[in-house]
Structure formats: C-alpha cells, structure tokens
Write a protein that binds this ligand. Structure first.
Ligand code: HEC
Ligand code: HEC
Length: 319
C-alpha cells in the first residue's frame, strides 16, 4: 500500500490496538535519527579524548591528558605569572616604601582582600568593622590600642597581641568601684573630677592607662577618655571591665582579648632592628643566627604580613 504518513488509514501499524486506538509504525524523522547517530559518535570521540570510563581505581585517561586539576593549575599558573613580578618587588620593599608607591600600594591592597577575608574577617569583621556586640577591635576607626602607625600595625599582625588588665574585684571596695565607674564616664564626657582623678591615680590605673587616661600603646591599654569603647561604655559594662579585668586567668568572667600572632620570625626581626636603631647600631650588622632559632611559627609569609599591614593601615585611621 502506498504510505501517506498524514493519513493514518494508509500507514502500516504494529498490530497493537488498545481501546480501539491503533499503534502506527511510522519511521522516525530523518533529522531526529541523524542527531541520534551524531550524538552517539560524539560520545565515542569524547571517550577517546577525555577521561571517561570509571575503573576500579581511577578511570580511563583519554588521549588529551586533560584533568580538572591540570586545568586549575594552568589557570593558577597564569595568575601567578601576572603576580610574581609584583610579589617579588613587594618582597624587596619595606612597608614604609609601599605606602608611598601608588602602584605597589594598589596591588598590596587589592591582593589583601582575600588574605584578610580568609584570616582576619572571622574576628575583625568584613572590611575591618566587627558586628556590634562582638568584642574585637574595630580596624576602621581612629582608635588604636597598640598604635596605628604602619610599624605598630605590622607588629600587631606579626607578633599577635593580648592586652592584660588584672581583675580588680579584690582590690577595690564597692564604693571605690562605683567612683571609678563614674570617673571613667565623666572623663569620656570631658568632665573628670579631681576626686575621681585622685582615686584613679591612687589605685594604680594611671600606670597602664597613662596619667591622661588616654592609654599607653606599648600595653594596649584602652583610651578611657574617648567615647570609643573596646568592650562597653554602659555603667554595667565599665564596672564589668574594672571588676573582672582583661585576660586575667584568675577570673573566669574576665574579657578574653587575644590576637593570634601570624609570623613570629618577622616580629623578632622587627624588634631586633628597632632596638639596633635605638642603640645607634646598623641593623644590617645584626647576626640573625643569634636572634633566630629557625623554628619560629610562620602562619603567613612575610610578604602577606606586609600586604595586610598596608591594607589595615589604609582601612581608616592609620597614623
Ligand atoms: C581570633 C580572633 C582574631 C583574629 C583571627 C585576628 N585578630 Fe586581630 N585582634 C584580635 C583581638 C582580640 C585584638 C585585640 C587584642 C587586645 O585587646 O589586647 C586584635 C588586635 C588587632 C590589631 C591591633 C588593633 C589596635 O587597636 O591596636 C590589629 C592591627 C589586628 N588585630 C589585625 C588583624 C589582622 C590583619 C588579622 C588577620 C591576619 C587579625 N587581626 C586576625 C583578634 C583577632
Ligand atoms: C596592668 C595594666 C592595667 C591596669 C592596672 C588597669 N588597666 Fe584597665 N585596661 C588595661 C588594658 C590593657 C585594657 C584594654 C584591654 C584590651 O582591649 O586588650 C584595659 C581596659 C580597661 C577598660 C575597658 C575600656 C573599654 O574601652 O571598654 C576600662 C573601663 C578600664 N580598663 C579601666 C581601668 C581602671 C578604672 C583601672 C584602675 C582601677 C584600670 N583599668 C587598671 C590595662 C590596665
């Protein structure tokens, strides 16, 4: 019979009938069949070129030798090739030099963002501003515990920091505590009283917070006269700081405030150079075998420390 696909009565059927509906036996369209063969062919080509059939260990390798890891490593190598000249140059510069070289400064800041995100943001917050109520120093303001100069910032990062204030619960009477809380509030409002200042001095607060209560950066003691609170500026919060102190192991309610160190070797070298300069010696004459044991912890490279120091310095308030 002459077949006309559009006329069901002229099309061969398979002999199957359900509820009066015949199953026709039309051939598949040619374009459809061709695509089927073509996709089959592609499968074979891919099988030959790329890793495909899973074996007990690994898989067939494919003749191109392609792997995801190779592709990743090739891309990374391209990135490294672009970075290497910058990183080499950066490694040879001091942080002070980087700060005045706009091109290197730009590079240092740009490449610190990931470093900062991976290592610092968990405590100091995205962009250097921790969420409120979390007791980590804000790195974007003008208020520095340990100093906002580039040297101090680099030292904070390399060495780590942990301010220490003893718990005063056994050192002060209830009344003295009340008076000191009031004194800290008054001073932050610019109205310190004579009596308050006398008690502040008598109780030894000045030894760490300074005669002007503005803090001493070598100790990381907070400035009590500004309204930027490291922990809390409410009367209860200030009372808590005074009674329980900071990092005082004898008091379970003490504020814990520990900044981990990221490169002990850099910290030791910075300190040795600073001492040499202070003594009028040439820092190039330092015998590093004497200063370093070789087992110093280096969680970030020296170049990374430089990048981060520069990054934090420009976040705001770097001095
Ligand atoms: C585990 C939490 C933690 C991490 C991670 C951390 N810090 Fe800190 N950081 C602190 C604390 C706490 C202090 C304050 C220490 C104190 O109060 O004595 C601090 C202090 C600092 C200071 C000194 C601030 C000042 O006011 O003088 C700088 C700068 C700093 N951190 C930068 C960094 C950088 C950069 C990183 C990442 C490499 C980092 N921190 C990672 C907790 C952390
Ligand atoms: C041994 C040194 C030391 C002594 C003594 C000391 N402090 Fe402190 N104090 C610190 C340090 C260091 C910090 C900041 C800790 C940090 O952030 O790491 C601090 C923090 C504080 C804070 C918290 C400030 C804020 O911004 O939240 C208050 C309030 C305070 N001190 C008041 C006092 C008073 C009042 C006295 C005297 C009774 C006193 N301190 C004695 C070292 C000391």
């Amino acid at each position: 019979m002459a077949e006309n696909k559009n006329d069901p009565s002229q099309v061969k059927d398979t002999g199957h009938v359900w509820d009066g509906i015949r199953e026709l036996d039309n051939p598949c369209p040619r374009w459809w069949l061709n695509s089927l063969w073509l996709s089959g062919l592609m499968v074979i080509v891919y099988f030959i070129l790329y890793p495909s059939l899973p074996l007990i260990e690994g898989s067939t390798k494919g003749i191109l030798g392609w792997t995801q890891i190779n592709e990743f490593e090739e891309d990374m190598a391209k990135v490294e090739a672009i970075r290497a000249p910058f990183d080499n140059q950066l490694a040879a510069m001091t942080v002070e030099e980087i700060l005045v070289d706009p091109r290197m400064l730009n590079y240092a800041i740009g490449s610190s963002k990931v470093l900062y995100g991976d290592n610092c943001a968990a405590c100091h917050g995205v962009g250097g501003a921790p969420p409120t109520g979390v007791f980590y120093p804000n790195l974007t303001d003008d208020d520095w515990l340990f100093g906002g100069g580039i040297y101090d910032i680099k030292m904070s990062i390399a060495q780590g920091r942990a301010g220490m204030m003893p718990a005063h619960k056994n050192l002060l009477t209830e009344e003295e505590t009340d008076q000191l809380v009031q004194f800290v509030i008054d001073y932050s409002n610019g109205e310190p009283t004579e009596a308050g200042l006398a008690l502040y001095n008598a109780k030894g607060c000045f030894a760490c917070h300074g005669a002007d209560a503005k803090g001493i950066k070598a100790m990381g003691s907070a400035n009590l006269t500004d309204k930027i609170w490291r922990f809390s500026g409410t009367p209860e919060g200030i009372r808590h700081s005074i009674i329980h102190g900071v990092n005082d192991p004898s008091d379970p309610q003490t504020h814990i405030a520990v900044m981990p160190g990221w490169n002990e070797k850099v910290a030791i070298m910075m300190e040795a150079r600073a001492y040499a300069i202070e003594d009028g010696d040439d820092p190039n004459d330092i015998d590093w075998d004497d200063e370093l044991d070789g087992d110093e912890a280096e969680r970030l490279t020296e170049t990374d420390i430089k990048k981060l120091a520069v990054y934090v310095h420009q976040l705001g308030g770097g001095q």
